[in-house]
Design a protein around this ligand. Structure first.
Ligand code: 2AM
Ligand code: CA
Length: 283
């Protein structure tokens, strides 16, 4: 993505995607150097909703870098928002009329990071008038960078990727995640698992929504669904999946927008079947 229409904002003529890539990889490298301090966490909201000093430091680093290149752009970040669905809605509302909004999750998979389970990522997306045009996810544990530009495809380590070819849930490897709002969500979560597991090849719950979406794009997972996510968990991965030829909707099958919290992302081929099976669980 070049930003010819906007070059009065640029420092050194960097494209949006180049800034997203450099920022995500820099933040990821910094996070890895802190992995031995990860258990110095604080709790925000509930016992399983952990936030480390590293999350805050990484978001600051990311904000500083983006603002250096694009000082007029807005930034919507996990650590800048109040906790919970209401906080996320308020943060989204505050930037909804802004032209360029960077959507940042400094560590997606904070719980994994704290435990040293190497499945977490940095997620950075750029939306132009509400539409995601760049999505970058960096996995520092594997040094894997996933990059998508609107209309230009999805890439892993610089190689173009496409979604997988399974046509039925029975042949599909799926992933999901469990919302932190346990009390309210647990019964529905259990119903969904009961509805999906018997008919699928198997289900994983790795603990980073962004990385699961990147894996759908790369054809490593057939599909992914999760409830109660925020824009910063989904936005970059959503574009990766779409640009890899997949489909992303809410759990009722409506098209994705930045306010969607209950998300399904698949290779496209199994999408309707997944939505249908999940809707049985919701009854
Ligand atoms: P996080 O690590 O950035 O918080 C795991 O199932 C997924 O849920 C992760 O992407 C995780 O993102 C996200 N998650 C964890 N706690 C959450 C919360 N309270 N609200 C929304 N998403 C959450
Ligand atoms: Ca997150």
């Amino acid at each position: 993505m070049t930003n010819e229409t906007n070059d009065n904002y640029q420092v050194g003529g960097k494209s949006f995607t180049a800034v997203a890539v450099n920022t995500a990889s820099k933040a990821g490298e910094w996070i890895q150097t802190k992995s031995n301090q990860a258990n110095r966490f604080t709790s925000k909201g509930s016992a399983s909703d952990l936030v480390t000093e590293v999350d805050k430091g990484a978001e600051k680093l990311i904000r500083n870098l983006i603002q250096t290149y694009f000082p007029t752009h807005s930034i919507l970040g996990e650590e800048g928002a109040d906790p919970g669905a209401e906080g996320a809605a308020k943060a989204l509302q505050a930037v909804k009329d802004d032209e360029y909004v960077w959507i940042v999750d400094p560590i997606d998979g904070t719980t994994n990071f704290i435990h040293g389970f190497p499945f977490y990522s940095v997620s950075i997306a750029l939306a132009y008038r509400g539409e995601v045009i760049v999505g970058v996810i960096y996995d520092p544990s594997r040094d894997e960078l996933f990059v998508a530009e609107k209309g230009k495809g999805a890439y892993v380590r610089g190689k173009r990727v496409t979604v997988s070819g399974e046509e039925r849930l029975a042949d599909s490897l799926l992933a999901t995640g469990f919302p932190t709002e346990r009390q309210a969500m647990l019964p529905l979560n259990m119903n969904q698992l009961s509805a999906i597991i018997p008919g699928a090849r198997n289900v994983r719950a790795g603990g980073s929504a962004a990385l699961h979406l990147a894996y759908v794009a790369a054809g490593r997972l057939t599909g992914f669904w999760e409830m109660n996510l925020n824009a910063w968990d989904i936005a970059a991965g959503m574009l990766l999946v779409q640009e890899a030829g997949g489909r992303v909707t809410d759990l009722s099958g409506k098209p994705y927008n930045l306010a969607v919290r209950n998300v399904a992302a698949t290779n496209g081929l199994i999408h309707d079947e997944l939505i249908t099976e999940l809707s049985k669980a919701n009854k």
